[in-house]
Design a protein. Sequence first.
Length: 403
Amino acid sequence: MTPTNPTAARGHAARFATLLMTLTLLVLGGCAEDTILPVDSECGNGVREGEEACDGASEGCTETCEAAEGFTCTDNTCVTTCGDGIVAGAETCDDPDNPDCNSACRLVGVRPGCDMSGYWIVRQTDFSVDDIFGGLLQTSSNWYIFELAQEGDAFEVQISRYCGIQVSGSVDVTLTPDGIRRLLPSNPQGRNNTARDPRRGVSREVGDGTCEFSMDRWYIVRGVEESSGESPYLPADFSARPELADLPVMPDVEDDQRMSEAPIDVEGAEDWDGDGRDGLAWVVTGAASGVRNSVQRDWLEYFSDEEFSVAAGSNEFVAVSRFDNEENILHAPSGLLLAGSVPAPDLKGQITFRYLGQTLDEPAAAEIIAGPLGEDLDADFDTCARVLEALPHLDSQDLGVEL
């Protein structure tokens, strides 16, 4: 073994320490002065890279991978910005001061004065509080499409379709496609109701450029015996305006049966969606998740007031919605899904009406309505999907509403 030279070893150590210090200073100095170069991008390869706003075939993405005027791009998808004053994409107008330009930036036919005649899509927004998660606010949307006819100050529903329901809040609640298909022709508000006269309303100009608007109270059931508006659980005379508690008791089960794994045959209830259980199935996600089946009964009415006034000639307006609701839960897989709710007493619901035109061949109507209402269930189903897309669900935060 060769002996180590102590002097040489000290020299090597000193040179190594000097080299290490020099490298450290170079690295630190480089970090202080260097500029991080942008990631190289190749416009046209379909991948958004670097400073590209977009890179794909999406309308609104230019050949230089920038957002076109009037568009905003997120996750490689570009959409128009309704309300920016720029007509782009499928927009046919973009002027919030133009009464013929609706909130989706589509031109619609001019509605004369306060006349409600024609086709309308409708979103009914109501607020409830739950009775199990600390009284949290729940927001529900009910969608309809109406053909209305007006004579003088009065109008009535010619035909209606019930397009669906969605709830958000402590939980999110939706219907299954089969549930929507059963809901579509139910509780008709027009002339196809064999149990009573069509739903009526009033729309009259009051001299200050606004319309006094109202629609009569209407009653609706879900998950029970019902055909063309006939049901033992509906009042014989809607105009008497009875409270729900004064009507025949809705179908129900014993408390210890609500979480039964086996389906229960409930007298007076019907399986509205073909899932093997009586009632209407509701898909619940959020603080509690699962599918629960229930029967429900509502009344609903609409009117304008000082806060929610209706401008004459407006093709889209928001009025007040007022409702009451009762529900009997027939089945739920867990105790949390047995939670109910009651209308929020101090919050006004909102009913949004958007005018499509007098006839089915007008552009706004043709864009939404897949075929004559009530003649083909598949066409009505497609129509309702477009209604929900045109007037999407808004929760309480979207609307600036809180308890």
